[in-house]
Design a protein around this ligand. Structure first.
Ligand code: TYD
Ligand code: MG
Length: 477
């Protein structure tokens, strides 16, 4: 028996409880639980009736397929935007469902309008359904983006069922964008648009229609910090690919990151710059993140990390500031890196290399507002910290990477050759890296082997005489 009562649904993770509470017990989000009409079933799972009914079911066994004999890769349609294609794993897939998440105002609608224009200009049928903006507003934006002539079907609507019917009715629809899933509602579901129940139901009808008609579907999902409306988290399981559009509102660049992709690599990455004329692709992201170094004299507390992200190398500057010792409890702040990693790196520098960081304020920041997640960033962060503490600039033509162990040892990182090739391409002449590099095809001239933190500091030239240094562990092959 289902007792008629209210149920309480966490808008962050979708878990259902019988009473309200300030904190969701499943996902630990605060203030995310709201009351929704409907009933919380109190019936035991599978009553006697159900058991009796199930006993009568006859069914044939599953037809089995051999494991061998792969499918051909799905055909891809280019969006006309290479960085987006890259993040999608090569372009749109027929019937593929993509969720594009991101903060409001980051540029999701802009990106997708540009993609719709690209697909339309290649001669395909495309539809844009917006529940957020009026037709005039969308037309105005399209004009600004130089897409006024693109044959994009527009609808300002919020009915998921009508949008699904649009998909089912048209034979050759290549791409449909729903902006945003939080504004959609499905008939017969009582909850308000944006609630978990509505978001889930709306997505279900749209996804089913897209799969049936082999139309690529992109759902826009706003991410909000307070969890007041359903975050796209509940959707992540329902879709084929999840892309996040990120960036600092105060910065111009945007990063498109794939966090899940059934049809491609999950770590793919696209980089854009927001301009007055829409989003511009950045094919060489390293140049963007290193832009502020151009023509600058060497400064203390800065080191370039040769990173690897989204299947490609990415160079970025790590900056550190270290204060004078003070009796007050020291402040530690970090932007773009993990604060636990900073604490660990400081502890290792202190106890393995005897550097006096304790009692001093320490600030660490990654240039351009980029967030570093690779353990290999440790050595660059350590170099920036040491440089700041000793007030000696690291050589401006040197890149760093390597993971720091608690023992003070520096561990190798994957994709060494790509990192070094990118550094060379961008004019870096030196590298301070762990020693696993063997390739004789490396073009970078000076490789300084740093297998232990002590070598970073003991190799005085690294921080003392940047340009005339003659490194002890030179690598010539
Ligand atoms: P938008 O695509 O509306 O963001 P979202 O859909 O993620 O909420 O982008 C909004 C911001 O982008 C807005 O602040 C204006 C800016 N913008 C530009 O700078 N240049 C442009 O050409 C366009 C269309 C928008
Ligand atoms: Mg928008």
């Amino acid at each position: 028996m289902a007792r008629s009562t209210s149920r309480f649904v966490c808008q962050s993770c979708g878990s259902v409880t019988g009473r309200w509470s300030g904190k969701c017990e499943s996902c630990e989000a605060w203030n995310s639980i709201i009351e929704e009409p409907g009933s919380l079933s109190t019936a035991p799972i599978g009553g006697t009736k159900a058991t009796a009914a199930r006993a009568k079911i006859r069914t044939s066994p599953l037809p089995l397929e051999p494991l061998a004999g792969g499918n051909p890769p799905p055909p891809r349609t280019s969006t006309g935007i290479q960085e987006l294609d890259r993040a999608l794993g090569g372009g749109l897939v027929p019937g593929g469902v993509t969720l594009l998440g991101g903060d409001p105002g980051i540029g999701k609608s802009t990106l997708l309008l540009q993609a719709l224009g690209g697909v339309a200009n290649a001669g395909h049928e495309v539809v844009y359904v917006s529940g957020e903006e009026g037709i005039d507003q969308i037309r105005g934006r399209a004009e600004r983006l130089g897409l006024a002539e693109a044959t994009v079907g527009l609808a300002a609507a919020t009915s998921a069922d009508a949008a699904a019917a649009t998909i089912s009715n048209s034979k050759n629809l290549k791409l449909i964008v729903i902006d945003s899933i939080q504004t959609m509602y499905a008939e017969g579901v009582e909850s308000a648009p944006g609630s978990v129940a509505q978001v889930r139901a709306s997505a279900q009808v749209l996804i089913a229609a897209a799969k049936r008609s082999n139309t690529a579907l992109v759902l826009v999902g706003h991410v909000t910090k307070d969890g007041a409306i359903a975050g796209p988290r509940v959707l992540e399981h329902m879709v084929d690919a999840v892309l996040y559009f990120e960036g600092d509102a105060s910065q111009h660049y945007r990063i498109l990151r794939a966090v899940k992709n059934r049809f491609g690599p999950a770590d793919a990455l696209g980089v854009f710059e927001m301009t007055g004329l829409g989003l511009k692709e950045v094919p060489n992201p390293s140049t963007l993140f290193l832009a502020e170094r151009q023509g600058r004299d060497p400064v203390t507390g800065a080191a370039v990390f040769a990173g690897f992200r989204g299947a490609r190398p990415l160079l970025v500057e790590v900056q550190a500031l270290v204060g004078a010792p003070s009796p007050a409890s020291p402040r530690r702040a970090v932007v773009g890196w993990d604060s636990a990693r900073l604490a660990m790196t400081l502890a290792v520098l202190e106890s393995r290399a005897g550097l006096p960081f304790s009692g001093r304020d320490v600030f660490l920041s990654v240039a351009g507002g980029l967030k570093l997640e690779e353990p290999a960033a440790d050595l660059a962060a350590a170099a920036a910290l040491v440089s700041a503490l000793l007030e000696r600039p690291a050589p401006s033509e040197c890149i760093f990477y390597g993971e720091l162990a608690l023992s003070g040892e520096v561990r190798p990182a994957p994709q060494a050759k790509s990192r070094l090739d990118e550094a060379e391409r961008l004019g870096f002449a030196e590298a301070a890296v762990p020693s696993e590099i063997k390739s004789s095809r490396l073009r970078i001239t000076k490789i300084n082997r740093i297998d232990n933190l002590v070598q970073l500091i003991a190799a005085q030239p690294l921080l003392k005489a940047p340009k005339t240094s003659d490194w002890a562990n030179r690598y010539d092959e």
